[in-house]
Design a protein around this ligand. Structure first.
Ligand code: TXA
Ligand code: MG
Length: 321
């Protein structure tokens, strides 16, 4: 077992909180992907997230909070439709971008006048956030716990694989098993009259429109350039990802269970539906790298729910690093 890994007993949680207070990093599971956490009000601790990830420091981080009651700590303005979204979907795979409060320093927001906040739906994440708030913590800043541009980790082992060489001895990785959703949260900009989807996730546009009674605008590319997850080459394994090809001998293959594996092709995942596709995708891409495969062919799901998020990530992964 890695020196960083910790299971999630009550003692481990108390110790994790001590590490956050001391300015160390604590990686933790959420329902989407694992996050690399630091005390969101500690500039020095947050700076370490950027260096461990190798991420440019003008890319904003998401602040994780234990409940929607804490939104007002981080945001100076919360429109009614954002409250409706928070009520309906938190805890859950949704990040709201709001006008920031004074607490949200440039070191968390990448210098933008907005802040991303999220209440994750995972017992370990919520236990950590609640215990941290009990001792006066305001929130935990956490990007996905991978090196910049790589595939997000959906298990504690994947976090260790990504970051062990960059963490210091006082940092921790909480092991909470495999993530249930598997792709990152839906990011919704709530600073305008209408909600704008900056990054698709498990929460679909239709769900947002139903909860708010408003039209949701989808933003693509240039406009959302500061959303690092919207860079064209992101979420990429070392193997080349091919989306529109018939696999040949020696290539990896990810496709719905109903699609047969051509002979000589290495099947990496056979999900039964789009939800399972999302759950399995990142670990299957990691498996391709672990096996040293040069290329992986993926047959994309066609669904309009989480399928949109899967196709978004695959398109970026296919652009390579
Ligand atoms: O599911 C998730 O969102 C995971 C888990 C750990 O919560 N987190 C995650 O963080 O994916 P990260 O940093 O890898 O991606 C968050 C995205 C980044 O692309 C960032 O640019 C964007 O959120 N973001 C954060 N704050 C923002 C803001 N104020 N305005 C626009 N985009 C923002
Ligand atoms: Mg990320």
């Amino acid at each position: 077992m890695s020196q960083f890994l910790s299971n999630c007993t009550a003692d481990a949680m108390a110790s994790a909180v001590k590490h956050l207070i001391a300015g160390d990093l604590v990686a933790f599971p959420t329902e989407t992907v694992y996050g690399l956490g630091a005390d969101a009000s500690n500039a020095k601790a947050v700076a370490r997230i950027y260096s461990v990830k190798g991420r440019p420091n003008d890319h904003p981080l998401i602040v994780h909070i234990a409940s929607m009651e804490r939104m007002g700590d981080w945001a100076s303005e919360v429109p009614e439709y954002a409250i409706a979204l928070a009520r309906k979907f938190w805890p859950g795979p949704m990040t709201l971008v709001l006008k920031r409060s004074e607490l949200a320093g440039d070191f968390v927001t990448g210098g933008q006048d907005t802040v991303g906040v999220r209440v994750p739906d995972h017992v370990v994440a919520l236990a950590l956030l609640e215990a941290f708030e009990k001792v006066g913590g305001k929130g935990v800043a956490a990007p996905s716990a991978n090196r910049f541009g790589h595939v997000s980790p959906t298990t504690a082992a994947a976090v260790v694989e990504e970051l062990a060489d960059h963490l210091s001895k006082d940092d921790l990785v909480l092991d909470g098993g495999a993530c249930a959703v598997g792709v990152e949260s839906t990011i919704i900009d709530c600073t305008g009259l209408l909600p704008r989807v900056l990054r698709p996730g498990a929460l679909s546009t239709a769900m947002i429109e139903e909860a708010t009674g408003l039209n949701a605008v989808s933003v693509d590319g240039v406009d959302a350039i500061r959303v690092s997850g919207s860079l064209e080459n992101h979420y990429a394994p070392a193997a080349k990802v091919l989306l529109c090809e018939v696999p040949i001998v020696g290539q990896g293959f990810i496709a719905h269970k109903d699609i047969e594996t051509p002979s000589g092709v290495i099947r990496l995942a056979s999900p039964i539906d789009d939800e399972e596709f999302a759950q399995m995708l990142y670990s299957a891409l990691r498996e391709a790298d672990a096996r040293g495969l040069a290329e992986v062919v993926v047959v994309q799901p066609i669904g309009v729910g989480i399928g949109v998020a899967i196709r978004d990530r695959l398109a970026r992964a296919a652009n390579g690093r």
